[in-house]
Design a protein around this ligand. Structure first.
Ligand code: ASP
Length: 439
């Protein structure tokens, strides 16, 4: 059995957290390949090392003095090293990083040092081999991740090692410069490593015990999701339920490796299992609820629009030409509504309106802003009659007016548009009817 274990920044923010991580790794022999993030926040107002590195590099790039900021970064590592009692000095590494900053090695290089240095510390602490991600994770000339070259190099290198630490977040370009994934990208590295070593499971250790059925800022103590499929997760993350980097799914999903989200601060919790498919009956009809505010609806009316060939295409062409992607497009017989992100739409508003007038000659166009979308997601909805009925009964009961409904033909989700002011009440009422009343 082989497990790849990735630890997020808060799991490695201090010596105390390192000890927890060490205990977790030593508790199971299968935890052979370890992917660390850079040290994260130790307390709410703390700064992540990654952010310190970006700020420091920005000073360096402007030719300003960055000694003080750099010292603070060194301190974060030195504190961990000395509190763990390690026989390790990063002084040579620090000097190299500093001269590369002065030599303008790039923002990506700067940020990647957070994981690189933390990887060296963790490898020393665990007594595992350190493998620089720059040697096994590659990007193409255009900056895209290069899966073929990476898979080959990573499996070749790692198959020779019984145990190793591979820093997250970065890899190298064909010209040997460093490139990072987008923020939170150590999740992606973990997934790539898991696929490369044919892991049985990819454990992603963070500071929450997996995904929750609803946002804890809206619902008090929501229950955790024990098992979720990749498709359900995709629907929920699209609507803002974040724990895992979106791109972390593809490498393991292709290889059929499940992801287990676990909590470093509560290792006894079994967390959330993310799987391709499962025969396990979910406890509730819904798997999760997620939502976002900040949408605008553009309602276009025209008599007999349904008979006008190419009407929809001409509407969407206007949005496309203005670089706006649409989120949903519910339609009636003589109306078509296009839902877009408010902040993307606002600066282009007048161009889009005049474009629509030119392209489709509507009878009227009406714009509504401050809309929230809520996705109710669940693989069990397909086999349960009355799900939509229950959602709308709950919303009516909570005095929430529904502005839009969209059910995908996969029957995996129902999306509801409500006014932003009703958002919290709507989420609460859906949670109540499907979870609280079902317990
Ligand atoms: N340290 C990086 C960040 O803060 C990458 C990661 O933690 O996954 O985004």
């Amino acid at each position: 059995m082989t497990k790849v274990v990735k630890f997020g920044g808060s799991s490695l923010a201090s010596a105390e957290q390192f000890r927890k991580v060490g205990d977790i790794i030593h508790a199971e022999d299968a935890r052979r390949y370890v992917v660390p993030s850079a040290p994260g926040k130790r307390f709410a107002s703390d700064t992540k090392v990654t952010d310190m590195l970006y700020a420091c590099y920005d000073l360096a790039a402007k030719g300003k003095n960055f000694d003080e900021e750099f010292e603070r970064i060194k301190q974060r590592y030195n504190e961990i090293i000395s509190e763990l009692g390690l026989d390790l000095s990063l002084e040579d590494e620090f000097s190299t990083v500093k001269s590369c900053f002065i030599g303008r090695a790039g923002r990506d290089y700067a940020a990647s040092r957070g994981e690189y240095l933390n990887g060296i510390v963790l490898a020393a602490y665990l007594g595992y081999e350190f493998v620089d991600a720059a040697d096994i994770i590659f990007f193409t000339d255009s900056g895209e991740f290069d899966p073929e070259r990476t898979a080959k190099a990573a499996s070749e290198r790692l198959s020779k090692l019984e145990r190793a630490v591979i820093p997250g977040f970065y890899g190298s370009m064909p010209n040997d410069t460093i490139k990072t994934f987008s923020r939170g990208g150590s999740d992606v590295t973990g997934s790539i490593v898991a696929a490369a070593v044919n892991a049985d499971i990819y454990e992603n250790w963070t500071d929450v015990s997996g995904f929750l059925i609803a946002d804890p800022r809206i619902v008090d103590d929501p229950l955790p999701i024990t098992t979720i499929t990749y498709k359900e997760l995709r629907e929920l993350s699209y609507m803002g339920a974040g724990v895992l980097h979106e791109d972390a799914i593809f490498p393991v999903r292709k290889a059929g490796i499940p992801i287990n989200i676990r909590n470093t601060n509560a290792p006894m919790d079994s967390g959330t299992m993310i799987v391709e498919s499962t025969s396990q009956k979910p406890q509730f009809t819904i798997t999760g609820i997620a939502g976002k505010k900040g949408f605008t609806v553009i309602n276009i009316e025209k008599d007999m629009m349904n008979a006008e060939l190419g009407f929809g295409r001409r509407v969407l062409e206007v949005f496309e030409k203005n670089g706006i992607s649409f989120e949903h497009m519910p339609s009636g017989i003589d109306t078509m509504s296009v839902i877009v992100h408010q902040e993307e739409f606002e600066p282009k508003e007048q161009e889009i309106l005049s474009g629509l007038h030119r392209n489709v000659h509507p009878d009227s166009i009406d714009i509504e802003t401050d809309l929230a979308l809520i996705a109710v997601v669940g693989r069990a909805m397909k086999s349960n009659r009355g799900t939509a009925g229950r959602i709308f009964a709950a919303l009516a009961h909570a005095h929430v007016n529904v502005k839009m409904i969209d059910q995908g033909s996969s029957e995996l989700n129902i999306i509801i548009g409500v006014e932003e002011k009703d958002f919290e009440a709507a989420v609460k009422s859906i949670y109540e009817i499907f979870v609280v009343h079902q317990l």
